[in-house]
Design a protein around this ligand. Structure first.
Ligand code: ADP
Ligand code: MG
Length: 696
């Protein structure tokens, strides 16, 4: 393989310096190695020959075998074209060329048998084909089988570099060289039943059978993912070995007092398990980096609080950060109330904390009398210095970037343990790749007594019926959210529909008080409006997605989402999580235009069928691709995988992960001679600018 990496493509037979430059510019192909790794994205089937009579409807590329009956040059100058009638005995098809006419006229003969290969189309009941590939019978035999279609760019096409041309270069190269040496360790090939590298590359360019092609694809996908996983594991194992962490050896008074006297309910099994996992982590002497995934309402705050108490019990301070002031405020209230009886000093620090209070907080942090600090990004600012920060919780992780997490590490001489909590369930396989060096815990159980939210899809024509439903809930003393999409806070049209919506709600439900929040309100006004609703003074909240994260009003049982078709699945799921927080049956009504695209309807219908965040996240990823999933953008992962697909290759990801673990368990430094080829290939293929170990 390495000799291929050193072979400049300009020396590959048939390419030359000019085309080499084009290929480099357009497709980033520099060496022969790149060229044989430029895989087809689809295949043309040249295994069978059609007859013209068989053609019907929308056809793929087909081969026809027959003779030209006549040729005709039409038009003049730039508009000249060549048409020919082609017959195979079952019917005729008109073939047209706009280019290369002179050469074709010299080359093609009537009465001689050819195989033409192209995409037939019909017009007025007559079949036609433009610019087919043409081979004599002898030549066509060598073309039989499936042939790759290679990704191209417009510029390449304009310069007459075709998929077929690329295929020829690659095939010539493959024919001219001995088998590719295997790069994966033999043990991995055997355990995972992979085909050899040589077989895989040859099959991918010139498949012999569909199932052999499938095996070849799997092998290359595996390889790509296996490199990533191995690299990540090496780094995370190294970091775990090196980064010393604070040791929370004891479970002390605060934790025990809280557990035995303050806890208003039993912990769920999942909460207990996750707390146990964290306790084990913080007692190893190594720094913890753990991601807790738990659906909305699964009780992550309590897990955060109890593990923070563990830090306090061991003489350390803890902090918890949330992405918005509202959310930080709610955490503060919750934790203050829960922890009131055990004599813990908890304070809130946000952008709007007054200077005097801020000074107090800074002082208490430094002298160690402040145990737990709750806040927004403000916590990260430089003047915020701790006496001894040992444990940091980041809630709703996806709103925090990598750089910000790195700043946390600097708040003490040794980095604090870091617990990242997310309610955006990241599909497990994606987590394995994106957060490959984080340990992952899952709270996969909701507190008892929760009734799943009933979700309905309704169209504008059913609006009156929806309003009657809202009216019934209000009459029973419940509260209602009405959410409008306001994706662009400056979009006048969207703002208008929001304002109109608000006015008509005020009119229809004139007996009730309606609060109103959106992103353009001043923070003080927003807080006031939110407070109206949270305290129950207002029964209806008309809002934009600013309420998406964290707001907790258990008496709110109904959420109407206007223009639901404009939201992504994960976002709908987050919004819906605002209801169903109390003991009463809750409802989520997705309002949509009647005319929506098929996949949009499917998306909305999925919401009506399931409340399982993981299923939704999985579906969301398949529909939108992993790069769009919140959180993955900042992760620094190169998402331009060449052949594997994070959204659909979950099984291969797991397999690669496990194989990488086994390999490193057996040979942590990859020093065994059996792994030396792999080690070299890994080094060559991973050139990452990111230092993974800094991603908390
Ligand atoms: P999230 O995981 O979405 O952050 P919260 O921590 O806000 O969820 O918890 C949601 C609600 O569930 C809160 O009102 C909380 O008091 C309650 N809760 C948490 N754990 C339990 C439990 N074990 N039993 C009953 N209720 C619980
Ligand atoms: Mg929460």
């Amino acid at each position: 393989m390495n000799s291929l990496r050193r072979l400049d493509i300009k020396y590959v037979k048939g390419i030359g310096p000019q085309r080499a430059e084009l290929l480099t510019k357009q497709l980033d192909i520099r060496t022969a190695y790149d060229l044989v790794h430029h895989f087809p994205t689809s295949y043309l089937d040249r295994t069978s020959i059609y007859t013209i009579r068989e053609l019907a409807g929308e056809m793929p590329y087909v081969q026809l075998k027959g003779r030209f009956i006549s040729f005709n040059v039409l038009g003049e100058g730039a508009k000249t074209r060549l048409t020919a009638m082609f017959s195979d005995g079952s019917g005729t098809i008109e073939v047209t060329w706009f280019q290369g006419i002179k050469r074709l006229r010299e080359m093609l003969r009537t009465g001689v048998e050819y195989i033409i290969f192209g995409k037939p189309s019909t017009f007025n009941g007559r079949w036609q084909m433009t610019h087919p590939e043409i081979d004599t019978i002898e030549k066509a035999v060598s073309q039989q089988g499936m042939r790759g279609v290679y990704p191209l760019t417009e510029t390449l096409r304009n310069r007459y570099i075709t998929s077929r041309q690329i295929h020829t270069w690659i095939c010539d190269l493959l024919d001219s060289r001995p088998a590719f040496a295997e790069t994966l360790p033999r043990s991995v090939i055997e355990d995972c039943r992979l085909v050899s590298l040589d077989t895989a590359i040859r099959e991918l360019h010139r498949p012999t059978t569909p199932s052999a092609l499938q095996k070849a694809r799997e092998r290359m996908k595996f390889e790509e993912l296996f490199y990533i996983q191995t690299d990540m594991l090496i780094r995370s194992r190294r970091r775990k070995g090196l980064t010393e962490g604070f040791r929370f050896a004891r479970v002390g008074k605060y934790f025990n007092d809280f557990y035995s006297t303050c806890l208003p309910f039993d912990l769920t099994g999942a909460q207990k398990r996750v707390i146990k996992e964290i306790r084990a982590d913080v007692n190893t002497g190594r720094q913890m980096n753990r991601l807790v995934q738990g659906d909305v309402g699964s009780g992550k705050t309590l897990v955060a609080l109890m593990t923070m108490l563990l830090a306090v019990d061991n003489g350390y301070q803890a902090c918890m950060m949330a992405p918005t002031e509202i959310l930080a405020g709610q955490h503060y209230e919750t934790i203050r109330l829960l922890a009131a009886q055990i004599g813990i000093n908890v304070r809130l620090l946000t952008g709007s904390t007054r200077a005097k209070e801020r000074r107090e907080i800074h002082a208490q942090l430094l002298d160690g009398s402040l145990h737990i600090l709750i806040g927004t990004h403000a916590v990260l600012e430089d003047p915020v210095q701790f006496h001894n920060l040992g444990f940091a919780v980041i809630d709703e992780q996806h709103r925090f970037g990598v750089a910000q997490r790195a700043r946390l590490w600097k708040k003490n001489v040794r980095p604090p343990h870091v617990l990242v909590m997310t309610a955006t369930p990241i599909p497990r396989t994606l987590a394995m790749t994106v957060y490959g060096d984080l340990d992952v815990s899952v709270i996969d159980e909701l507190p008892p007594g929760r009734k799943p939210v009933t979700t309905m899809l309704r169209y504008d024509a059913q609006r009156e019926q929806v309003y009657r439903g809202i009216g019934r809930q209000l009459a029973e003393g419940r509260q209602v959210y009405i959410v409008y999409p306001l994706i662009d806070e400056n979009d006048k049209l969207e703002l208008r529909s929001l304002n109109e919506g608000y006015e008509s709600i005020c009119e229809i439900f004139s007996n009730y008080r309606v609060a109103f929040v959106h992103g353009r309100l001043k923070p003080a006004e927003k807080d006031y409006q939110m407070e109206l609703f949270a305290s129950g003074k207002a029964q209806i909240l008309v809002a934009t997605t600013v309420i998406e994260v964290g707001v907790n009003v258990p008496n709110a049982t109904t959420m109407v989402i206007e223009n639901a078709e404009r939201f992504g699945l994960s976002q709908l799921h987050q919004l819906r999580g605002r209801v169903g927080r109390g003991a009463d049956q809750s409802y989520c009504i997705l309002m949509s235009k009647y005319k929506i695209a098929k996949d949009t309807r499917e998306r909305l219908e999925l919401m009506t069928r399931t409340t399982d965040g993981f299923i939704i996240a999985e579906a969301d990823m398949k529909m939108r691709g992993p790069g769009d999933i919140e959180g993955t953008m900042q992760s620094g992962i190169p998402f331009e995988l060449h052949i594997a697909n994070l959204a659909t290759d979950g099984e291969i990801i797991s397999m690669a992960r496990q194989a990488a673990e086994r390999l490193l368990d057996a040979d942590p430094g990859l020093t065994s001679p059996a792994n030396s080829a792999f080690r070299a290939a890994l080094a060559a293929s991973i050139s990452r600018t990111n230092d993974w170990s800094q991603i908390s």
